[in-house]
Design a protein around this ligand. Structure first.
Ligand code: ZN
Length: 156
């Protein structure tokens, strides 16, 4: 697959997740909840987690934001359901580092993209630095939910 086709595929996944976000609903009896806000773009996000024995058994979100923030949150809930808190934290570190440290493709090793799985569709966002916060908002909100911080998260 050449780069152009790959970009089209990435874009398709983002558009699809924006149009039909997965796990897009509030949650009764969530064990943790956090709100995130990205003032640069106006993205707002509420994240709900159900955690049993250090495992994320359920995860959902609501909010309104741009296509990138919605797709990123949707992909994140899909990727992390069923994962342990440790695994989620590792994936956060990997994703965050990958999104913010590498504007070039030098870290796009097979092993990184393999670990990120479907999340790697967000790679196209990295060439737009102003949109990176749209993509990482859900993850920062996740961290707040995991650490039970009740301060609303702001990407600023
Ligand atoms: Zn945005």
């Amino acid at each position: 697959m050449d780069a152009q086709n790959l970009r089209d595929l990435y874009q398709e996944v983002i558009l699809d997740h924006n149009k039909n976000p997965r796990n897009f609903h509030t949650m009764e009896n969530a064990s943790s909840h956090a709100d995130g806000f990205n003032p640069l773009c106006g993205d707002k996000l509420s994240l709900y987690l159900k955690i049993t024995d250090d495992k994320i058994t359920d995860m959902s979100f609501t909010g309104c934001g741009c296509a990138i923030s919605t797709a990123s949150a949707s992909l994140m809930t899909e990727a992390l359901k069923g994962k342990s808190i440790d695994e989620a934290t590792l994936l956060f570190d990997l994703f965050h580092h990958w999104m913010t440290q590498s504007k070039t493709t030098d870290t796009d090793t097979d092993s990184t993209t393999h670990k990120l799985g479907k999340l790697s569709v967000m790679s196209g966002v990295r060439i737009f630095p102003s949109r990176i916060k749209c993509a990482t908002l859900a993850w920062h909100t996740l961290q707040a939910a995991i650490t039970n911080s009740h301060e609303p998260v702001s990407t600023e």
